[in-house]
Design a protein. Structure first.
Length: 284
């Protein structure tokens, strides 16, 4: 290992406290309130700890052991990305704060070069500059990737929840459930209902399902077609399907599509549909 490289690494790490303090003094120039206006002591401690990790990660890039930088980078990116996503910090604000860190650390590297000018050659300065800039580029890339991965994963979880809420299966008696559909149904939601509902019915051991469409404002050709597919799939699973809330225009759409609902019990209201199988409002 080149001793001057080791000395630079040690110098940066030993000055972590002062580099962090300098960054905190300059953060008022940052646009994001998470950085420039935060007075929460917990957040302050988190920023200080993560800034120290940032410094050590970048310093490790000057070590001959390339695995050291890679390991620190992975840990740093996971830690910071998770924190910023949880605190809902826009990615551009994080990159702006990292830019300030980039400047602050380099100023300390320049001080080290000045203090050791007799041992540091022009070639070494050039090499350090290339190493530092490459390390920071990797830092920005890895953070952006982790931030995107975490955000995407959360969006998928939210979409799954939305899909679940968009096709709520409500058991009312043993083996009997209601699927009330509310709001607009686009192609994506229609396909989601087609995919999720049969699975839910099987898991809940449903043999009779009442699908209520009275709260769906528009049922076009696509929705009617997907609804027909759903009843066919459920039929193959041995699940008897009833549809309530069917309006005249919906029936006309089905006829225009050539969809044969003649074998499917349809009712004008859920009350009427439930009454068909003997489920009535208690008078007690």
């Amino acid at each position: 290992m080149n001793s001057i490289d080791q000395q630079l690494y040690a110098y940066i790490v030993e000055n972590t406290k002062y580099i962090t303090e300098e960054w905190f003094r300059q953060r008022k120039e940052l646009s994001g309130p998470f950085y420039n206006k935060n007075t929460n002591p917990v957040i302050e401690e988190e920023l200080s700890s993560q800034h120290a990790l940032t410094i050590k990660t970048l310093a490790s890039a000057f070590l001959e052991d390339s695995d050291a930088f890679g390991n620190y980078l992975e840990k740093w990116a996971n830690t910071v990305a998770q924190s910023r996503v949880e605190n809902q910090i826009p990615i551009h604000e994080v990159l702006e704060a990292l830019s300030k860190t980039r400047q602050t650390i380099w100023e300390y590297i320049e001080t080290f070069i000045f203090e050791n000018n007799e041992m540091v050659t022009t070639g070494k300065i050039t090499s350090w500059s290339a190493t530092y800039n490459s390390a920071f580029d990797q830092l920005n890339y890895m953070f952006s990737k982790k931030y995107n991965d975490i955000t995407y994963s959360r969006l998928m979880d939210q979409q799954t929840l939305i899909n679940e809420l968009g096709s709520p299966l409500i058991p009312i008696l043993e083996g009997i459930a209601v699927l009330p559909l509310v709001g607009d149904i686009d192609t994506k939601r229609a396909r989601s209902i087609l995919e999720i509902t049969p699975q839910k019915c099987v898991e809940s051991k449903i043999n009779k399902l009442f699908i209520d469409v009275s709260a769906v404002p528009i049922i076009d050709m696509m929705v009617a077609s997907e609804l027909f597919k759903l009843t066919e799939v459920l039929g193959l699973l041995g699940i008897k399907t009833y549809i309530s809330g069917v309006r005249p225009e919906v029936a006309q759409t089905a006829i225009q599509l050539g969809l044969d609902f003649s074998g499917l019990p349809t009712f004008s209201s859920m009350k009427q549909a439930l009454a068909k199988i003997g489920v009535k409002k208690s008078t007690i």
